[in-house]
Design a protein around this ligand. Structure first.
Ligand code: ADP
Length: 235
């Protein structure tokens, strides 16, 4: 019987169970084995970049599990945006289409980690810092390395860190927005970066008030793997 959904992504590993209620754990990917101690492989439905490398009974792509996971909260999602550690996916559920950016780190969680690290901050602090911003500055470079030099040059010119973080969120959100169909209705945001309220706010400003973020957005794929695995067992 499938009892666990496990998502081992490029950056983090997540495990979810629903009995008796929703429970989950998240670790860095290099520690994925600690999540599975004592769990038989025939109880695991896996997803994520490393889904075939871990013990499992059923495996599904992150596209499938994103849809299954989001359906726990929204019965008929239109567009799902998954901002992970090393890639970003836009899934157009209605039109059965998807786009992935896995070539350029600038539109992924890795970019925000890179920036946070440079400022001696944690990614988990970025939302709060963004809230203190009073203005944003246009960041012209689309490559992470050049964007960082541009940010440093604004810093030297006297810009506040808060304003620069909000500006980075704005540039990041613009990059993500380019992947989203113009006529998309409600957009569901998932993945670890969906916990950054600065990114949500910047996306809302660009796309309008159409962003829905489920509770615990980082574990949606693991939850979806569990639901998908349960359904497969019934076939
Ligand atoms: P993957 O499945 O590709 O391994 P995740 O969906 O787990 O990736 O997302 C990992 C990313 O989420 C990291 O790059 C990190 O920057 C970001 N992240 C995790 N927690 C938070 C948080 N509380 N606030 C902002 N960003 C976060």
């Amino acid at each position: 019987m499938i009892r666990y959904g496990v998502d081992v992504g490029s950056t983090t590993a997540k495990i979810v169970s629903l009995t008796p209620e929703l429970r989950y754990r998240i670790r860095e990917t290099r520690e994925w084995e600690t999540l599975l101690e004592g769990i038989p492989s025939h109880e695991i439905a896996s997803t994520g970049y490393f889904r075939h490398k871990i013990p499992h009974r059923v495996a599904a792509t992150e596209i499938t599990t994103a849809i299954y996971g989001v359906r726990e909260y929204i019965s008929d999602p239109e567009v799902i945006v998954d901002i992970g550690g090393q890639d970003t996916k836009v899934i157009d559920v209605q039109r059965n289409n998807f786009i992935v950016n896995d070539k350029c780190s600038a539109g992924t969680g890795a970019f925000l980690e890179f920036i946070a690290h440079h400022f001696g901050l944690r990614v988990t602090d970025l939302s709060e810092i963004h809230e203190k911003a009073t203005r944003t500055i246009k960041i012209n470079h689309t490559c992470s390395v050049f964007a960082l030099s541009e940010v440093v040059s604004h810093l030297v010119d006297g810009c506040r860190v808060e304003d620069l973080i909000a500006s980075i969120h704005q540039a990041f959100a613009e990059r993500i927005a380019q992947m989203i169909p113009d006529d998309a209705g409600e957009i569901v945001l998932i993945g670890g970066t969906a916990q950054n309220r600065g990114i949500i706010r910047a996306l809302e400003e660009i796309l309008g008030e159409r962003i829905y973020t489920p509770p615990n957005p980082q574990i949606i794929n693991a939850l979806g793997a569990l639901r998908y695995g349960e359904e497969r067992e019934e076939w």
